[in-house]
Write a protein that binds this ligand. Structure first.
Ligand code: ATP
Length: 372
């Protein structure tokens, strides 16, 4: 997609704004974002079900916007896929080939191949009503891939399934995509789904792409405060404060010295592209309101103030036992932040000190861009 925008309602609704994005051959690309951010519209533009207001879309270097969906060789599976109730599973799956005039024996062969691929070869004689939700979903996927499309487009295909089945289908879909090596574009608002399946995630907010990166990079280096607060469970804490030269003033919660954070980040980024630039920016440019980010899993909570290093003061609110860990809610100034600890040793209303390793801290400027 090259600078693709899509407007509705005579330009009043901006569904997509200047999307610039490339999916490699055979890649599993996920559009991830909250409801209404424009994911489905982006997918429909790729499918040819909508035309862009501005910009261009290419498949293998060839411009396709303006072409109809049937001229793009894409297959799309929606959340509410419809199977023909009067047809058997085999007939449902073979139907796209039938309408293209593929002879019955070849059709049968290809139905056999895809049903084996999706582990539904024992179900082919049944009608859809006699299948479980997961089996129906597999039939819908089989019907989409039997045409051997060059791009596979999936819009929240698992959201009608229960949690256990969704987990199973995630693994299944990923396996299928690996085996077929087919370029796949997948829309979801479910972070876990995106992180577990994607080669690359495009995080969207309000019609724009915030960041495109492999899952681990999104987690390790969220480029905007918005992405930082969207990725992770619970997401990153952002302590709002005021930058004063080499420190961030958090009011009554304390002051965080940035020198150690800067040095630690520069060390993490060895071989990195912009250490020098980062350091100089830190030294001068960023003043005023900033946000210091630390993930819940990187915070430690203690009732004693450490003798050295950065510490943020707060008051314990609730403590939620989550089984594998305890989630401690701490009130810092007027904000509630979360700390994930293996076993909470503090109690409600305790005054506590939150500490973290310098390399686990992030600094976001007033405009939300990552500084370091
Ligand atoms: P969800 O996760 O809720 O499905 P989404 O991220 O897929 O949301 P879209 O369906 O792409 O979001 O919608 C993006 C914006 O464009 C929304 O504000 C929506 O109301 C608007 N929109 C989408 N399609 C149309 C249309 N045909 N006419 C007018 N507005 C539309």
């Amino acid at each position: 997609m090259e600078n693709v925008s899509k407007y509705f309602d005579s330009g009043e609704t901006i569904a997509n704004y200047q999307l610039d994005l490339e999916a490699e051959d055979g890649e599993f690309l996920v559009f991830l974002g909250p409801s209404g951010c424009g994911k489905t519209t982006a997918l429909r533009l790729i499918a040819g079900l909508e035309q862009p207001s501005e910009g261009a879309i290419y498949f293998d270097g060839e411009r396709v916007d303006g072409r109809s969906p049937s001229d793009r060789n894409v297959a799309m599976v929606f959340q509410n896929y419809a199977l023909y109730p009067h047809m058997t599973v085999a007939q449902n799956i073979g139907y796209p080939l039938k309408v293209r005039g593929v002879p019955p024996d070849e059709r049968d062969r290809r139905v056999e191949t895809v049903t084996e691929l999706l582990h539904i070869e024992d179900q082919t004689h049944k009608k859809p009503a006699a299948l479980s939700g997961g089996q129906r979903q597999r039939v819908a996927l089989a019907r989409a891939i039997i045409r051997e499309p060059s791009v596979f487009l999936l819009d929240e295909p698992l959201s009608n399934l229960d949690a256990k089945l969704r987990q199973e289908m995630r693994i299944e879909l990923k396996r299928l995509q690996n085996e077929l090596d087919i370029t796949t574009i997948y829309v979801t608002h479910n972070q876990e789904e995106a992180m577990s399946m994607a080669d690359k995630v495009a995080v969207m907010n309000q019609g724009t792409i915030q960041q495109v990166a492999p899952p681990q990079e999104l987690y390790d280096r969220p480029r905007t405060a918005w992405v930082a607060q969207f990725i992770g469970s619970p997401p990153m804490n952002l302590f709002r404060g005021t930058r004063r030269n080499g420190s961030v003033d958090l009011g009554e919660a304390g002051t965080v010295e940035l020198e150690g954070v800067m040095n630690a980040k520069a060390a993490v980024e060895t071989g990195g592209r912009d250490d020098a630039g980062t350091a100089s920016m830190l030294a001068s440019d960023v003043h005023g309101t900033v946000a210091l980010g630390v993930r819940p899993e990187d915070l430690t909570v203690s009732t004693t103030r450490p003798s050295s290093g950065n510490a943020i003061e707060g008051t314990v609110g609730t403590i939620e036992p989550m089984g594998e860990y305890d989630l401690v809610n701490v009130s810092v100034n007027d904000q509630i932040v979360n700390a994930k600890v293996s076993e909470a040793t503090v109690a409600r209303d305790d005054t506590v000190y939150l500490t973290f390793d310098d390399e686990d801290a992030y600094l976001y400027a007033d405009d939300g861009e990552l500084v370091v």
